[in-house]
Design a protein around this ligand. Structure first.
Ligand code: DX5
Ligand code: ZN
Length: 217
């Protein structure tokens, strides 16, 4: 299982996004948290800034949409050139259509579940997605504590994906750092979002390598 690290620019300096992207040349993805102040109690950025970031970096961009009505908004992020677009299951009215639309527009399609949402109801959708994102904090803010209560769900999700021989990545997001990444990896996650653990470090690129080696052990 190849390990991937997706640093979240939520913990970066938004006035210097191009430099912050350049500071992590070893990142597999740049994770961009789009929040609308409705689906989550925080407001970040939207399509114009994602479009600018896409021009400023060669690193693939992983858009995590924490917004209402992702059915309406998600396709534009794929069309703009994001490599991956993830929508929250409970926000989507037509998740199958939206995931198909994201793929049709050339991006990888992701489906996200909050800590309290079970994975089993989505087992039949694994063929429609390229990534399953299991939130390990309640979405909305960086720097929160990793919720160990999600670990059993990561294991169950890994079992579902393996039993269906699906080549679906299993991403975790929230509180991932040197103290927690090994637990998440051991449970079966293979794509790790890390905001404060990367951009809060003196040397963000070095922090990525440390996380990568911990997850690979
Ligand atoms: C939280 C966001 C995360 C956030 C993670 O809702 O989805 O991507 O940036 O930040 P850390 O790694 O600091 O928990
Ligand atoms: Zn995120």
């Amino acid at each position: 299982m190849a390990i991937q690290i997706s640093p979240s620019i939520l913990s970066a300096d938004f006035a210097r996004l191009a430099d912050e992207a350049a500071a992590v040349p070893n990142a597999d993805w740049l994770h961009v948290d789009v929040m609308d102040g409705h689906f989550v109690p925080n407001l970040t950025l939207g399509l114009p800034i994602v479009e600018s970031l896409l021009k400023a970096t060669d690193t693939p961009v992983d858009c995590h949409l924490m917004i209402e009505d992702p059915d309406r908004w998600a396709p534009a992020y794929a069309e703009a050139g994001a490599g991956s677009v993830t929508v929250h299951a409970k926000a989507a009215n037509a998740p199958v259509r939206t995931l198909r639309e994201i793929r049709r527009l050339g991006a990888r399609a992701g489906l996200a579940l909050n800590p309290a949402e079970p994975v089993e109801p989505y087992a039949d959708l694994v063929g429609e997605m390229d990534m399953l994102l299991l939130m390990t904090v309640e979405p909305g803010f960086g720097g929160q504590r990793f919720l160990d209560l999600v670990l059993p769900k990561i294991r169950r999700a890994r079992a579902i994906l393996d039993s269906r021989e699906a080549s679906v990545w299993l991403q975790v997001d929230g509180g991932v750092g040197t103290e927690t990444i090994e637990r998440a990896a051991e449970a079966g996650a293979d794509v790790f979002v890390a905001g404060s653990a990367v951009y809060g470090a003196q040397d963000p690129a070095k922090a990525i390598e440390v996380l990568r080696s911990q997850a690979t052990e």
